[in-house]
Unconditional design. Structure first.
Lengths: 328, 293
């Protein structure tokens, strides 16, 4: 950081174009006798793999979506056919199934995000109290985040299992009745929601707690002297100070919830089944099933994926605008 | 912001407390908070106990023995699992993919990051901008073309297929560059004056100082490779990793949840052990990097 500051006077004199080409001006002395290709050799190993497996696929995805290919054969150029099908309300197969899965996903994002953030905030506030053993509790709350989504999915598949799952048995023993969690709605969605809460609340808690602990003590001291109670302190000191971190956590959460796939895939299989391809099938599962299951329609799946990506980027931008402009 | 977050966690006494510490809370309020903390902890721990316990109930026991702890625990599910060649393959693949993936990621991202942090060269900002831009692109758009590419290269169902796309990620470059930018230049300049080449300066001066950052990146990368689910499911058939294998196991043994839970336990235990050993450290790594699974 200090080196950048030292180099900045000369940098300011340079034009934008020269800065784009030549870099930030962090290197204070040009080295005598050094080959000009040295820096390129440093970045080469990663950049080669990056080019092959991210940059090239970026364009390959568009290319595939304009063709009629499956996993088994390369097909002819068909232009915007898949996009037309996906955006044409009179299309009886692709249109309703795709948008049903998008709708499922949006509902899930809308319901899961406030819960995940709300519980995260509450737990962070709780762990920010002077309590013995709070580091142990913090560690426990974070455990599920370290596990694979397949372990999460299977854990709750068994917990909610209709035959002898823990929750089913507990409900039957206590109330004499239990819903068929994974096979009927709204229970199937609730199961997926619980699994997701279990998996990722700890992450939000830890980020928010770190943010809370970075707030200056004086603010609370002053408020305390002025007679503000805990709730007032939380509302007028903690929350406003957390704004940038809340924005980060909400953005990450919306993106993560949008990519829901493993939990329904392993717990409900997207079911209960419906004409529209499953009541708990989120869009990523629909893309997966289209491209990699059944008829392996790669091109159609590629078109869907690009539409989903576009939606996600738009949602992220809106989300960012909404939360960063508010009260500023 | 990253450093602020990390520093915040190190503090033992939270800010809020020091302020209100003078006003002692009643014993009832305190007790209530503990009840709440313990109830939440139970919510997080109970499912793990249920899963591990189920893995020790053999065959029909899982339906006849509803107790949280198994009445007659046994290792039958585990012996059955490890007797299957494919399960051993999954386990071995997970170990190889995570280890190799992590080591290669550390090597190539720190090399690249060092150049971006310390050397000026034509098109540097353009190239770095390109890398950073892809950070915000949703992963879903890469699944189909990456699959197509891997299949066309003849790599379907192979170990390289499981590793390569993970190595292309740019988070490591971004993360390590931030670290190198924060290092004082003087040591590297001293090495230059002594006649060391760039590579030597990097290897002998910068890298040894980067220990903590490399360790953080290693933990995050290892977890990402070990836990990755969707990509292996897409790209493997026989040559899977554990998370993808678990899906196959579940489909094959729907009626035998005990066996499936043993599989889930095997996938979870290495990570849980790692977490037990490095708990404080892992929590801080995640808090300071803000990486979402």
């Amino acid at each position: 950081m200090s080196s950048m500051a030292a180099a900045s006077p000369s940098r300011n004199k340079r034009g934008l174009l020269s800065r784009i080409v030549w870099g930030s001006g962090n290197d204070r002395r040009r080295r005598i006798g050094e080959s000009p290709i040295t820096p390129y050799l440093f970045i080469l190993p990663h950049f080669a793999i990056f080019s092959a497996f991210i940059l090239f696929p970026f364009f390959l995805g568009v290319w595939i979506s304009l063709h009629d290919s499956t996993a088994l054969r390369d097909g002819p150029f068909v232009g915007l056919r898949w996009y037309q099908q996906l955006f044409d309300p009179s299309n009886r197969t692709q249109f309703p199934r795709f948008w049903n899965s998008v709708w499922n996903t949006i509902i899930f994002v809308i319901i899961s995000t406030p819960l995940l953030i709300g519980f995260g905030l509450a737990l962070a506030a709780l762990l920010n109290q002077r309590l013995r053993g709070r580091n142990i509790f913090r560690a426990i709350y974070f455990v599920p985040w370290t596990l694979s989504v397949s372990v999460i999915g299977l854990t709750w598949w068994w917990m909610f299992n209709g035959n002898a799952g823990f929750v089913t048995m507990f409900m039957s023993d206590t109330f004499g009745w239990s819903p068929n969690w994974l096979a009927t709605n709204p229970w199937a969605w609730i199961s997926i929601l619980v699994a997701t809460l279990w998996w990722t609340i700890g992450f939000n808690t830890i980020i928010l707690l770190a943010g809370m602990q970075a707030i200056a003590v004086d603010l609370y001291e002053a408020a305390s002297i002025d007679g503000a109670n805990k709730w007032q302190q939380f509302r007028s000191i903690t929350l406003p100070s957390l704004r940038p971190i809340l924005l980060l956590v909400i953005t990450l959460q919306v993106i993560a919830s949008f990519q829901l796939v493993g939990q329904p895939q392993l717990m409900t299989g997207g079911g209960p089944p419906s004409e529209l391809g499953g009541e708990t099938a989120p869009v990523l599962l629909h893309v997966f099933n289209t491209g990699f299951g059944g008829r392996r329609e790669l091109s159609l799946a590629a078109a869907m994926a690009l539409i989903v990506a576009a939606i996600m980027i738009v949602v992220s931008i809106i989300n960012f605008r909404l939360f960063s402009s508010e009260r500023s | 912001m990253a450093t602020t977050l990390g520093r915040g966690l190190e503090k033992d006494r939270p800010a809020e407390l020091q302020a209100v510490g003078t006003r002692r809370r009643g014993g009832v309020g305190r007790a209530l908070m503990y009840v709440l903390l313990i109830a939440v902890a139970a919510f997080f721990v109970l499912p793990l106990v249920v899963v591990i316990s189920a893995s020790f109930k053999y065959a029909a026991e899982i339906f006849t023995d509803p107790g949280i702890l198994p009445a007659d625990p046994g290792f039958e599910n585990y012996t059955a699992l490890f007797a299957r060649a494919e399960f051993l393959t999954w386990f071995r693949n997970s170990a190889i993919v995570s280890t190799v993936g992590t080591l290669v990621t550390l090597a190539i991202t720190s090399l690249s990051a060092y150049a971006f942090a310390r050397i000026d060269f034509p098109f540097k900002n353009l190239l770095f901008g390109l890398l950073i831009t892809t950070l915000v692109l949703p992963g879903v758009m890469f699944l189909v073309p990456q699959f197509k590419l891997i299949a066309d290269l003849g790599l379907y169902d192979t170990l390289p297929a499981l590793i390569l796309p993970g190595l292309a990620g740019v988070f490591g470059v971004f993360f390590m560059r931030q670290f190198f930018l924060g290092l004082p230049l003087e040591l590297e300049e001293a090495a230059y004056v002594d006649g060391a080449s760039r590579l030597r300066t990097f290897m002998a001066v910068a890298l040894p100082l980067a220990g903590p950052a490399l360790a953080t990146l290693a933990v995050i990368t290892f977890l990402a490779f070990w836990n990755d689910y969707l990509w292996p499911v897409i790209i493997c058939n026989d040559n899977c990793t554990l998370p993808a294998g678990l899906r196959l196991l579940q489909r094959q043994y729907t009626g035998d949840p005990g066996l499936v839970m043993a599989g889930a336990t095997v996938a979870a235990v290495p990570v849980l052990l790692l977490y037990l050993l490095l708990q404080r450290y892992i929590v801080q790594s995640v808090a300071s990097s803000g990486i979402k699974g």
